[in-house]
Design a protein around this ligand. Structure first.
Ligand SMILES: C[S@@+](CC[C@H](N)C(=O)[O-])C[C@H]1O[C@@H](n2cnc3c(N)ncnc32)[C@H](O)[C@@H]1O
Ligand SMILES: Nc1nc2[nH]cc(C(=O)O)c2c(=O)[nH]1
Ligand code: SF4
Ligand SMILES: [Mg+2]
Length: 211
């Protein structure tokens, strides 16, 4: 598999924020979100067999793995890697952009499904059928650039009854919109979503790689 980086850090996103994780970042992505903070993963990487990826993950001595990218589901071997990790009793999160069928991931995977908002320029790529595959352990994430994105996210949450299906996350695009604004909108509207900041950027700065 083409791998951009494998590292150990504190989980900075999702409901697992704050916990130690191993991150596997795959090379390649089929989308081009306006705000993407990992453009270096579009084409930089080295080929690694699954056995070497597992050895590297094992070497950190942690039991939680976050498979991200780039876009993990752009690689047809990702479900095989995830299966191997689940068989070894790892907790496995997969961060995916919503444009691929998430049912290819084995049962037991925790899916973090981005729903791309209008300002990302990629919202037309969403495969809405994916929500029928989600369970309560999965998370649906909206990354917001503007009030318009927020209103769109709120309407999708209502239209698809998303709070009944999975955990819902709302994140600001880092540096683009004040978290306090999103906080006030969530409170005004009484919506049951989790506001998230990318914790690793506050710990190590927004440009630091491998954290
Ligand atoms: C880099 S992506 C990789 C996984 C997958 N391609 C996706 O988009 O979900 C991981 C997460 O970072 C988020 N992200 C990317 N750039 C960001 C930024 N500038 N501010 C906040 N979140 C960002 C994405 O929306 C996604 O939830
Ligand atoms: N610390 C840390 N937590 C993360 N959670 C999701 C990440 C990602 O890039 O997908 C990420 C990341 O890059 N670093
Ligand atoms: S889908 Fe993910 S990796 Fe791809 S451009 Fe968007 S944020 Fe970046
Ligand atoms: Mg990141």
């Amino acid at each position: 598999m083409l791998i951009n980086e494998i590292f150990r850090s504190i989980q900075g996103e999702t409901s697992f924020t704050g916990l130690p994780f191993v991150f596997v970042r795959l090379t390649g992505c089929n989308l081009r979100c306006s705000y993407c903070d990992t453009q270096y993963a579009y084409d930089e990487g080295n080929e690694m067999p699954i056995s070497s990826i597992i050895d590297k993950i094992d070497s950190f001595g942690l039991k939680s793995v976050c498979v991200t990218g780039g876009e993990p589901l752009s690689n047809h071997n990702t479900p095989v890697l995830v299966r191997e990790l689940l068989n070894r009793n790892y907790t496995v999160l997969v961060e995916t952009n919503g444009s691929y069928d998430v049912s290819v991931l084995p049962e037991g995977t925790i899916r973090i499904l981005d729903v791309k908002c209008p300002d990302s320029g990629m919202s037309h790529k969403m495969c809405w059928h994916n929500i029928s595959h989600l369970t309560k352990k999965d998370e649906v994430k909206f990354v917001l650039s503007s009030r318009n994105d927020y209103e769109w996210a709120r309407s999708m949450i209502s239209k698809y009854h998303l709070t009944e299906i999975a955990h819902i996350l709302m994140n600001p695009v880092y540096g683009m919109i004040q978290p306090s604004l999103i906080a006030s909108w969530i409170l005004e509207d009484h919506i049951n979503v989790r506001l998230q900041l990318q914790m690793h950027k506050y710990i190590w700065g927004p440009e630091t790689r491998g954290v």
